[in-house]
Design a protein around this ligand. Structure first.
Ligand code: APR
Length: 232
């Protein structure tokens, strides 16, 4: 793709589906078994912290048991070889992008392998459980919560994301349904900043009509082929 130097890539649960991590809104999606307001809101956490801790302890264990797939590895190659600007903005809380080799990465919805202390504000890499109320390694208080952005909370890194979109030549969306804002609005911002827009997804997303091009299929096939094109 000629004249492309600055790329912003948005990823969602679909890129990790082939690594065995459930998406949210598929027939067998996570939101089929759990009410969002129970497990993904500050109110739900206050109401029933055990339910929430158990939910994220299970997701943390799934993340650690999963392996990056061909799509994650292809983005790792792109990150390695691309000498223009590149920012991968992921809505995913797994660390498969990092294990796939990506470094220019931002987790806008938080990380499963991070715990946040509500007493002292410290964040810690966390691979264990939180249901048993372990003490914070910094202040010793048993006030750790999953470092996840819940509904009604402000996503992380928004200034950095908007700045990257404002000077993007190409905006690519991979494996997301376009159901949740502010991520679902990035394509419109990219378009009004003059960027070319490309969607790689299993099916048309709710925002497909905003994209110059939509390629439908599995991320493990579409993403390596697209990266090949970019590095040619
Ligand atoms: N390859 C490519 N795309 C896929 C694949 C695959 N193998 N499997 C599923 N998809 C697509 C689906 O077609 C769907 O459009 O991925 C998308 C997944 O959509 P959602 O389940 O809605 O997940 P996501 O878009 O990441 O959700 C956004 O919502 O629940 C909140 O905070 C949570 O970050 C999440 C946000």
């Amino acid at each position: 793709m000629d004249g492309i130097r600055n790329i912003v890539i948005l990823t969602g649960a679909g890129i990790s589906a082939e690594s065995g991590l459930r998406t949210f809104r598929a027939d067998d999606g996570l939101w089929e078994d759990h009410r969002v307001e129970d497990v993904a809101s500050p109110e739900g956490f206050r109401r029933d912290p055990e339910l929430v801790q158990r939910f994220y302890d299970a997701r943390r264990a799934n993340v650690m048991a999963a392996e990056p797939n061909a799509a994650h590895r292809a983005l790792g190659r792109l990150d390695d070889a691309w000498d223009g600007e590149l920012l991968i903005v992921t809505q995913n809380i797994d660390d498969l992008h990092e294990r796939g080799g990506a470094g220019r990465l931002l987790h806008m919805h938080g990380e499963a392998l991070s715990a946040w202390c509500l007493a002292c504000g410290a964040r810690h890499r966390w691979t264990g459980t939180l249901l048993d109320e372990p003490p914070c390694p910094t202040c010793g208080e048993a006030e750790l919560r999953p470092d996840i952005v819940w509904f009604g909370e402000m996503p992380y890194g928004m200034d950095r994301i908007f700045a990257a979109i404002a000077c993007a030549d190409l905006f690519v969306s991979i494996g997301t349904s376009g159901a949740v804002y502010p991520a679902a609005g990035f394509v419109q911002q990219a378009k009004s900043a003059g960027a070319r827009t490309l969607e790689l997804n299993l099916e048309h997303s709710q925002g497909s009509h905003w994209f110059d091009e939509s390629r439908l299929g599995a991320a493990s096939a579409l993403v390596p082929a697209w990266v090949e094109e970019m590095l040619r």
